[in-house]
Design a protein around this ligand. Structure first.
Ligand code: HEC
Length: 264
């Protein structure tokens, strides 16, 4: 019992000694800089809004909009008024870009005079090799699980999915005469996913993860997957044909070569 009282007393004493320098003279005024255990950005040099400064000739800290500045995208401005002026083109392009104003690029549709939207047949931006490679990168991240590396709809998740994923290399998606064969439709599906007639979601949307330009890149890659499946030697560029030489027609004992082998 006595021992317990002693121990508790010792603990109080030790605790008090430790706390003393921390609590110190709380509430007392001092000219010394405060102790900081977690220094952060409180101490950086700064101006308060209504202070004066010698930095600007007029001494005002809170800066005003410079004279003749035009607020961007918040004025009545008719972009068609300058459409033919060469100097205006880069500005108009940037403006359209920032306002996501271009239906073809941002929504994959063309809107006619009556406001009726149809999917664009072709990718409305320039297709380059790095773009197709980017498309492959994104496709392999986001689409392969269901649609498979070949785009045939037989991905690991796809074969177990509640709805069979589309074979993207099938005829319906190759022919731009079909609604589903248009570049704009594939773009739209990537960005918005797909619901069945009953309203149930069949394919998730990827607009949150695949930006506009990346979605076009995926469309370009889907096209190259299609090409890789259904093309033959004659479709290759002349330089590649020269390098490979004329294909020998299959026949005789060709072993286990796939039927469409070599047609990449
Ligand atoms: C979780 C599985 C899943 C993933 C991931 C997925 N899809 Fe799909 N996709 C489906 C299913 C299922 C369908 C068929 C829906 C139906 O029954 O109409 C489909 C259909 C499609 C169609 C055809 C739409 C139509 O109306 O015929 C396209 C094009 C397509 N997907 C492209 C893609 C692309 C490109 C990606 C990658 C960005 C992707 N999908 C990712 C499941 C998926």
């Amino acid at each position: 019992m006595k021992r317990a009282i002693l121990t508790t007393g010792a603990a109080f004493l030790a605790g008090g000694l430790l706390a003393a320098p921390l609590a110190g003279c709380r509430g007392d005024r001092t000219d010394k800089p405060p102790r900081r255990f977690f220094p952060d950005l409180d101490d950086q040099p700064k101006w308060d809004p209504q202070e004066t400064t010698t930095f600007y000739p007029d001494g005002i800290v809170e800066r005003q909009t410079p004279a003749h500045a035009v607020p961007f995208a918040s004025v009545d401005f008719d972009p068609t008024a300058y459409a033919d002026e060469a100097w205006a083109k880069p500005y108009l392009d940037r403006r359209a870009d920032m306002l996501a104003e271009d239906d073809a690029v941002y929504r994959g549709v063309e809107v006619d005079a009556d406001g009726v939207a149809t999917y664009v047949d072709e990718i409305p931006v320039e297709v380059t090799r790095p773009m197709i490679e980017r498309g492959r990168h994104m496709f392999n991240i986001y689409c392969v699980a269901c649609h498979g590396y070949l785009g045939d709809g037989k991905g690991m998740v796809g074969v177990r999915w509640n709805y069979p994923p589309a074979n993207l290399t099938g005829d319906v998606y190759r022919d731009r005469a079909n609604r589903q064969g248009k570049d704009g439709y594939i773009f739209h599906t990537i960005r918005n996913g797909l619901d069945g007639p009953d309203g149930a979601n069949r394919m998730p949307e990827y607009g949150h993860a695949i930006g506009v330009m990346d979605a076009w890149a995926v469309v370009a890659y889907v096209r190259s997957l299609q090409k890789a499946r259904g093309s033959d030697w004659a479709d290759l560029p002349a330089s590649d044909r020269e390098e490979l030489g004329e294909p020998t027609p299959p026949g005789g004992d060709q072993g286990d070569q796939p039927k469409d082998g070599g047609a990449s």
